[in-house]
Design a protein around this ligand. Sequence first.
Ligand code: AMP
Length: 600
Amino acid sequence: MTTFSDLQLNPKVQKAITEAGYETPTPIQEGAIPPALEGRDVLGIAQTGTGKTASFTLPMITMLARGRARARMPRSLVLCPTRELAAQVAENFDVYAKHVKLAKALLIGGVSFKEQEAAIDKGVDVLIATPGRLLDHFERGKLILNDVKVMVVDEADRMLDMGFIPDIERIFGLVPFTRQTLFFSATMAPEIERITNTFLSNPAKIEVARQSTTSDTIEQRLIEFKPTRRDMAAKQKRDMLRAAITAEGEAFNNAIIFCNRKVDVDIVAKSLKKHGLNAEPIHGDLDQSHRMRTLDGFRDGSITLLVASDVAARGLDIPNVSHVINYDVPSHAEDYVHRIGRTGRAGKTGVAITLSVPSDEKYLGAIEKLIENPIPRADAPMEVTDNRRPRDEAPSAEKPRRNRRGRGKPDEAQKAEDAPTLTEEPKVEAKSDDRPRRERGGRGGRGGGRNHDRGPRIVGMGEHMPDFIALSFDERRGGPARDFLEETDEVETPEAPEVEAEAGQEEKPKRRRTRKPKVEEAPSEEPKADAQEAETETPAEEEKPKRRRKKKVEEPAADEVAEPAPEEAEKPKRKRAPRKKKVEAEAEPESPPEPSTSEE
Ligand code: AMP
């Protein structure tokens, strides 16, 4: 068995490794360190969690221990796709180079240029950077890359995903032709293959684990459930998430919860917080210092639940994560492997729980094909029920109008509140029916159709009675006649969002004609400028602006609305700017429906 002492590392590096508690090199270290120390190019096909960071930092420190850097001329360069990864690599250098005198600088976006320039000016041995920021410095004339002797490209496949390959190619052209290249990627996509063929010279190729491999130390579970109603789906999923966390009991220490979309990262984190859980979001729209604080909090245990998007959490080495929860089934199968790889690291055990609804079937299939195993099914930790009357019984249980006093109450209380009580507010219940008109049996506004839903049958009047007699006054609003009202100038309520509305928030965010779809929720594909801005989001059908009929369901969730700033911007706005704004500003949470605001 190879030991670290067989690897010809600098004794000071060796000492740091021992102090870090490493006993034997991992396979990627065993394979990559010797050729790297010989000065050869290395192509490492390894995913994060395999110890690949040390496989390039240890030989680099050994090689750089001799010699000194000149001002503005770094001696080595490490390129990482995201700021977090770059910061993590920098931390690794600190650990492994603690007995060696080396200067390093971290060039990442979201941090002032000034400080970074000052560090470069002093002369650095190791420059760790995201491609965008590195090129910014270069273009400012503050950086000279002619003295780079070793260049590392880390997580090249992610660079490709994020559109950084042109930047990488450009940087390859700026460093000396004679440099040594250490290149790491979890996969070998054709584009990556092309880059390595172009820029690496006879590399030692070390492949340690296929990217489809999931660690044996991770216990995987799939919780499948079917939301009772489309407009309840998101709320029920959040309920399921909390139930899954609670069900873990003692085994639960902390978790990274992955969502496919940034907007859901925020919503889920807020919802968890609302229910008394210690959760924080992390995604590319949050500023760098905020993200660093959040990560530090998660690492030191002051934050228990990190709700994350793929890019923000990609490759992060956070030890002791007991659970990974896929709030959404990832739409890219490889992301499943990367996500669950955040737990069960370095020989520790971990649990990966995935929530799935019927529409995820296709993605699940792709994941199971990739990992060549079915994900073991687990019982759902709660029963999914619709707390409301089925539509057949009541024309609509959709919008029991209530005040906002229940906001922020604990889950059970919240759930109890969720159950509408017809006796409380019968008018509202009768008023709204979210079914498509044809399902309601309506044929225009007259209610003459035979199959419309009229509620309980009136006993004692015989089959011969004319239809209209069976219509109650309420049905003028909830029954077929409602169609007519909806098409014309049905009064809109300015009322605060209901707890039930929580469910519909992401599903049908907007409806009013005057409101634009939220720009930030739009699927963003591979932006370029910076890793964090380049967060890829999964396009979601539900994001499409909807027609206006289900107005109240689309209001933001009570728990979200109760929150301050960011989501405030997402509240549906009133349409007629000046007058409406005034009404809104004046409206108390419990205010009655706005008297005369009609749908435009
Ligand atoms: P990485 O793949 O570089 O993200 O590393 C994953 C984790 O493995 C990090 O927490 C490292 O500190 C740890 N690690 C790296 N090399 C070793 C080793 N030889 N023995 C034990 N742990 C290691």
